[in-house]
Design a protein around this ligand. Structure first.
Ligand SMILES: C[S@@+](CC[C@H](N)C(=O)[O-])C[C@H]1O[C@@H](n2cnc3c(N)ncnc32)[C@H](O)[C@@H]1O
Length: 123
């Protein structure tokens, strides 16, 4: 599955151009936690600068954020230094199968051509 599009060049402007809508920052984040439960270990696939990942981490969620772009991950690290991050291609994650309880992926599926294949990989 070749759907790679590193956002290295967007890293410095990404947060200014994609603010988290208020309803997502409040009700959306809470809805994710209600679904996963407090103990779930979650993969944030293509986590970017942590737009969604960080509000969840601030509420105590357990996460690994994965992204191809080291520059996007560095932006996340600057904002939340204890976040667990992996620079990796989502199709070749250096982690065992069934390692996570849930997969989160936001603002991503429109970039993935073979989306059915991607959903199978998540599962
Ligand atoms: C539109 S951004 C979404 C970031 C974040 N999920 C959000 O909601 O703000 C897409 C991200 O996918 C990453 N990406 C693209 N292809 C990838 C791949 N094959 N493996 C891992 N990350 C990838 C890009 O570097 C970028 O950070």
């Amino acid at each position: 599955m070749n759907t790679s599009q590193s956002f290295d060049r967007a890293a410095n402007i990404y947060d200014q151009t994609r603010p988290l809508p208020e309803a997502t920052a409040t009700r959306g984040i809470q809805a994710i936690l209600d679904i996963t439960g407090p103990e779930a270990f979650i993969l944030d696939e293509r986590t970017g600068t942590g737009r969604v990942n960080i509000p969840l981490l601030e509420r105590g969620a357990r996460f690994i954020g994965c992204d191809l772009s080291m520059k996007m991950l560095m932006r996340l690290h600057e904002k939340f230094s204890s976040a667990r991050l992996a620079q990796a291609d989502a199709a070749l994650l250096p982690l065992p199968t069934n390692y996570f309880d849930a997969v989160l992926t936001v603002h991503v599926m429109h970039l993935v051509g073979p989306w059915r294949e991607a959903l199978r990989e998540f599962r």
